[in-house]
Write a protein that binds this ligand. Structure first.
Ligand code: SAH
Length: 244
């Protein structure tokens, strides 16, 4: 599952015998990649849209595993533009049913964070290292970025594009006060994690850091997606699929 069309384009070119299926206003591409049956789809943006996409993937296409690649804002210390975060768990930073439930807790789930599948995430982490090593340094150099660092940890999702440093700092401080240390912020992952949790389908996710969730966040977003995040997603998933 990809968040943006540009990120999906390179993946689509890898599909052997691609079949286009329309469901719920979404286009699903079924085919083979490195001998594996795969379905490629855009999540659409935001938690509800991503939850619908995931539900259709599982119910209509019977997928056995879900892997997400996309971009995110870096909010953790030392998480810089061009780095990659492989998710260990997700939380919804905009979920607050207090005083009925503790802040961030998903009502009736008894928990705030949902873990990614450890084995699938370990495979995605290994593929991320191999993929980034394979693409070399011309992608990050094209935007004058330092060599990417791969992080592992918590990603926070919410229905906001965070592009204000004080909003990002407040979000992080509030999460920290509740015992959570987010590395990145985006708009879909926690929803995909929740649907996969409900169905018992293993889920893993990687996000390339496109911005620092500050006032510069919208600048050069599409250049970054085209020049860095998309080749990274392709390289990482190419390694991932080879080792499945
Ligand atoms: N310009 C795009 C929309 C981008 S929405 C279009 O026209 O289609 C932003 C996407 O990047 C979402 O998928 C979200 O998950 C991710 N993202 C990147 N940086 C983010 C930030 N600072 N805050 C929230 N989401 C972010």
């Amino acid at each position: 599952m990809s968040a943006l069309l540009d990120e999906q384009r390179g993946l689509l070119e890898q599909l052997v015998n691609p079949q286009r299926v329309r469901r719920a206003g979404r286009t699903f591409w079924c085919g083979q990649w490195a001998g594996q049956e795969v379905v490629l789809v855009l999540s659409k943006v935001g938690k509800v849209a991503a939850a619908t996409t995931t539900t259709v993937l599982i119910e209509a296409f019977d997928v056995k595993r879900v892997v997400f690649t996309g971009v995110a804002g870096g909010v953790g210390a030392g998480v810089k533009v061009g780095d990659v975060v492989v998710a260990e768990a997700f939380i919804q930073h905009d979920l607050n049913s207090a005083p009925l439930f503790p802040r961030y807790e998903i009502p009736l789930y008894g928990r705030a964070t949902l873990d990614c599948d450890p084995a699938l995430s370990a495979a995605l982490l290994a593929a991320t290292h191999l993929g980034l090593a394979g693409v070399g340094d011309h992608f990050h150099r094209s935007l004058l970025l330092e060599a990417p660092v791969v992080h592992r940890g918590l990603i926070a999702s919410g229905d906001q594009f965070v592009c204000d440093p004080s909003a990002a700092a407040l979000m992080r401080a509030d999460l920290q006060a509740a015992g959570h240390e987010p590395l990145a912020v985006e708009m879909e992952g926690a929803a995909v994690a929740q649907v996969c949790h409900d169905y018992g389908v293993p889920f893993a996710a990687m996000r390339t850091i496109s911005d620092r969730a500050d006032a510069q966040a919208h600048l050069d977003f599409s250049a970054f997606v085209t020049q860095v995040a998309s080749p990274y997603a392709l390289a990482v998933l190419g390694q991932f699929i080879k080792h499945q």
